[in-house]
Structure formats: C-alpha cells, structure tokens
Ligand binder design. Structure first.
Ligand SMILES: [Zn+2]
Length: 84
C-alpha cells in the first residue's frame, strides 16, 4: 500500500489514493485523502508518463513518450536506435 501514498502537503501524514481517472493515454488524475483525521485534506494530483527508459516492444503509433536523456546519451545501446 505504501506505493499508493504520498505525503500530505499540509500535515506531512500519509495520503492515500481514493479514486482516479484516465485523462489521456499518458496522463491520469489521482484523488488523494489525507489519513490524518485532524487534517482531512482531500486533493488531486496528476500522474504523467514523462520518459521512456526501455522502449515498448508493441508501441502504440499514436503515443509519443520521449526517451530518457540519460539513456539516450548512452553510447552502449545496441538494441535501441537512438535519434542521434
Ligand atoms: Zn494532512
């Protein structure tokens, strides 16, 4: 369950995901509730896929996720054709 929590910005207690909704293929909005009953902060956050670490073997042509800069600069990638 710990991977489904983040820290409440107000009281630093754990806040857990109550629900979520898919916004785009790479973006999901998550709704959190602080577990500190004296705080009660409920808030939303956005989870976005930002970089590719290892490319998909079944890529969706409608989806573009840039390569991680650190990975793209590594010269030892043999199976992956880097853009440069
Ligand atoms: Zn809180």
């Amino acid at each position: 369950m710990r991977c489904n929590t983040i820290r409440c910005a107000h009281c630093d207690s754990s806040a857990t995901i109550r629900t979520s909704r898919q916004m785009t293929p790479t973006c999901r909005e998550l709704y959190f509730q602080c577990q500190n009953v004296e705080c009660g902060h409920t808030f939303s956050a956005v989870l976005e896929v930002t970089r590719t670490i290892v490319p998909s073997q079944t890529p969706n042509p409608a989806v573009y996720i840039p390569m991680s800069p650190r990975k793209a600069q590594q010269p030892s990638q043999e199976a992956v054709s880097a853009p440069n």
